[in-house]
Structure formats: C-alpha cells, structure tokens
Design a protein around this ligand. Structure first.
Ligand code: ZN
Length: 272
C-alpha cells in the first residue's frame, strides 16, 4: 500500500513506492558525513612524534653541499614536516566537524521539544538494550560497542543529524547518518541516529491516522513486523537504525529496495 502524497521527492525518485510511509525511516546512511572515526585520531599518534621542530631546520641545512648521510637526514625531516602538515589538516577538518556537531546539539536544545511524548525513545532504547544479547548481539560484528552506540548516539530531535528537517514529515521515524574514513571514503561503524519527534514513532499517528489501524496483516508481512506490538516495533526500529551503522558493507541499505523487510525479518529472527 502506498501513500504517495507522503513520499519525499528523493524517495520517490528511488523507484516508486519503496517503503510504507509511516514506517519510513529514510536514512542518509549512504551519504556519509566525513567525520573520521576516533581511530583516525589516535592512528597518527603511533607515528614517530616530531621531536625537533622543522622550522629550525632550513638554517642548519645551509652551508657546504651536504654529504649523502645529511641528505638522507634532510629527506627524513622533509617527511616529518609533510607529516606534521597532514596532521594539521586532519585536525582542522576534525575541528570543523566537531563544531558542526556542537552546533547541532545546541540547536536541539534551543528548538521546541515535543513535550507530549516524554520517555518514548528512552523506553524503546531500554527495551532494545535488553535484546542485545546472544544471537541479537552477534548481529553487531562491526560496531565496537553496540550498547555504547545505543546510549550515546541514538537521540531524538526535530531536525536530523545534519541539522536539516526530516524529509517525509511524520512518516519518517528516524535517520541515521553514517561516517566514512576521510582518506578512503569507506564507511565505518560509527554514526548518529536521530528519531523524529514529530513522527509516528512518538505520536502514534501517521497523517492523522492511528498507526495501529494501519497495521493490517498484509502491512506487517510486507514490512517484516510480524506480530510485534507498537512498543516492540519501536524497539525494532531502534535496532534497525543501529544495524545500518554496523552494516559498513551497505548490505541492508534502504536505498533502491522496495522495502527493508529483509532487515526487519532478520532482526525479528535474532532479537525477538
Ligand atoms: Zn533502514
């Protein structure tokens, strides 16, 4: 079943009616932000620290034509200088990214919160966390600490992790922004999930209709919801978003798929 009017242009362009709007977590996971992972912060530290300052070196390099060993030393120092420049550039980029993140956080505090729905995400997160054991936990083979992600990187707001309005109105339950290695462009198992406070996830309504009324057997089957009740569906949604972060290969990306029943079926099988 499609609610065409509720599809964003972007979703529509992907090829029709891919995902029931009310259940529609439209992600930006394949448009990764370039915030490097913490590993990228620490990796350069393992390189030889620049003991001497390159600025003092040109003066020492003047004078007689250096012998071969000195040339080698200069080459090494040039490498060090280039390395320091690379660190400076990386630090600058990280600083920009962090500024954006802080700005985003500040914006969330300033924007009006939906006071009608306190605790809904917290309850769903607590429920999801209890499921993160055994086979369910094993789904997360890339996320270093799934529970830490759940605690620190799953939030709610009225704008997404990029600070932009959620596309799709109250149909969009959440978006997850996934980070990429700044050097390789490869996705890494880090990101940020924001649940849309104005969506069905919190209000229980999609386009003015109670979501529970939309949950026909056909609807459930098409979207991999099985017989879950609304609270369980919310927990499923939380785990679903986390899986997008873990899924660095993009196996379960929503884009281009008629539905993400496959991912939800997998989560239900392992976690419920
Ligand atoms: Zn998804």
């Amino acid at each position: 079943m499609c609610f065409l009017g509720l599809f964003s242009r972007e979703t529509w362009a992907r090829g029709g009616c891919p995902w029931p709007p009310w259940a529609g977590p439209r992600h930006v996971e394949v448009a990764p932000c370039r915030l490097p992972p913490p590993a990228a912060w620490s990796a350069p530290a393992r390189r030889p620290p620049p003991k001497a300052r390159p600025a003092s070196r040109p003066a020492r390099a003047t004078g007689p034509t250096p012998s071969y060993p000195k040339t080698r030393v200069r080459g090494s120092r040039l490498f060090e200088a280039a390395f320091i420049l690379a660190i400076v550039e990386l630090t600058r980029r990280l600083h920009q990214a962090c500024e954006q993140a802080y700005d985003q956080q500040a914006a969330d505090w300033l924007l009006p919160q939906n006071s009608a729905t306190p605790g809904i995400l917290d309850t769903a997160k607590a429920g999801a966390e209890k499921r993160l054991t055994g086979d369910c936990l094993k789904l997360f083979d890339k996320l270093a600490d799934p529970k830490a992600y759940l605690k620190n990187h799953v939030t709610q707001g009225v704008v997404d992790a990029k600070g932009e309005p959620f596309q799709g109105g109250d149909a969009t339950a959440a978006t997850t922004r996934i980070y990429a290695d700044p050097n390789t462009g490869q996705r890494v198992a880090l990101g940020q999930t924001v649940f849309n406070e104005n969506s069905w996830f919190f209000t229980g309504k999609q386009g003015g209709t109670d979501v529970e009324k939309l949950l026909t057997p056909e609807y459930r089957e098409k979207n991999g919801f099985g017989n879950l009740n609304m609270d369980q569906i919310r927990e499923l949604m939380v785990i679903h978003e986390m899986m997008h972060v873990n899924d660095t290969a993009g196996t379960y990306d929503d884009k281009g798929k008629p539905t993400n029943k496959i991912l939800n079926d997998l989560i239900r099988a392992k976690c419920f």
